[in-house]
Design a protein around this ligand. Structure first.
Ligand code: MF3
Ligand code: CO
Ligand code: CO
Length: 322
């Protein structure tokens, strides 16, 4: 997920670039209007100018969507293959090694490696780690929960998906956090359809867990995705129904709610990546990459055509269901 501050930096760049383009386009149009010159097939109107000012939402065409489907599918298969091997006693570095092996064997690139200086191929987020945990020498122990977040680049397109799994047996209240977080992902995705607004997604997620006393992380958000790992728009997991930009067919983005047992606030460790809950409470996350279709939503990070929304590997809070 994108760190909001980091995104602000990206957006600053984008918006200064788009300001320049708008200014140039406007100068040409204005010049031609003044001189009565031809605008070719185009006529300037308010709608065009408004569109020119919108940040590019990178709607994908059919060819690009097929590539997103392929990237999503492989990312889902990869995540499934990895989490099935998670067992007490293994280190998070071994999870990184598994990711490297999968990428090698499939001839694809793990997007996190060297992304803005991230040192490993995958994020492993244990217990109170909200996201962006760096694989290391810590051994998994029974009772832990671990978030595993895979992003693969397949023929230039990104597929991004994460799950949180229990290590061995975990306490019932911990399973409940996983189950509710999964429900957030499901309801967030269900809010996606053409004409809906970005705020509808966050509103669906907040209303799912806040009554239970859980909180929705605000410092990290879902993100547009495509040729780039993180692109506009930002998809907050909190918000108000009916607010924000309208969703349009061809948009591809992630829905990746991070839900905390305690406060929503986070803190970044000295490694500059690992985000933990400010109060040390547990945090869980599920992530899918989705596409807005003509009449609804398509989850891209599923393992096959009939792929369900369950976490890859079809782990469910009730246990493995394959
Ligand atoms: N996969 C994360 C996301 O869902 C991003 C990880 S960035 C990294 O957006 F650098 F930590 F890998
Ligand atoms: Co993401
Ligand atoms: Co991710």
């Amino acid at each position: 997920m994108a760190r909001v501050t980091e995104h602000t930096a990206i957006h600053r760049t984008l918006s200064s670039a788009s300001r320049t383009i708008v200014a140039q386009v406007w100068r040409v149009f204005a010049g031609r209007l003044r001189t009565g010159g031809s605008l070719g097939r185009y006529s300037v109107n308010q709608v065009m100018l408004k569109q020119a000012r919108q940040p590019d939402l990178h709607r994908k065409n059919a060819t690009q969507l097929e590539k997103m489907v392929a990237a999503g599918r492989l990312a889902a298969r990869c995540l499934s293959w990895i989490v099935r091997q998670v067992t007490p006693g293994m280190t998070t570095d071994e999870i990184h090694e598994l990711q490297m092996q999968f990428a090698r064997e499939h001839g694809v690139t793990p997007a996190p490696l060297d992304y803005r200086g991230f040192p490993k191929s995958i994020c492993t987020s244990l217990n109170e780690v909200v996201c962006h945990g760096i694989p290391g020498t810590r051994k998994l122990v029974e009772g832990d929960i671990i978030g595993v977040d895979v992003t693969l680049i397949v023929e230039g397109y990104h597929g991004d998906t994460a799950t949180t799994v229990p290590v061995g047996d975990v306490a019932p209240e911990v399973m409940r956090l996983l189950e509710r977080t999964l429900e957030c992902q499901r309801r967030g995705i269900e809010a996606v359809r053409p004409g809906a607004r970005i705020g509808d997604i966050g509103a669906a997620i907040q209303s799912t867990v806040e009554p239970d006393g859980y909180s929705v992380v605000r410092d990290f958000v879902g993100h547009g995705i495509g040729r780039r790992f993180h692109e506009p728009p930002e998809i907050p997991h909190y918000g108000k129904a009916g607010r924000g930009r309208r969703l349009l067919p061809g948009m591809t983005f992630t829905v990746e709610p991070m839900i905390n047992a305690g406060t929503w606030e986070t803190r970044i460790l000295d490694d500059d990546w690992t985000a933990i809950t400010a109060d040390g409470s547990l945090s869980a996350q599920y992530e899918h990459t989705v596409a807005v279709t003509e009449d609804g939503v398509r989850v891209l990070t599923v393992q096959n055509e009939t792929g369900a929304w369950e976490p890859p590997g079809r782990w469910s809070p009730a246990g493995w269901i394959d």
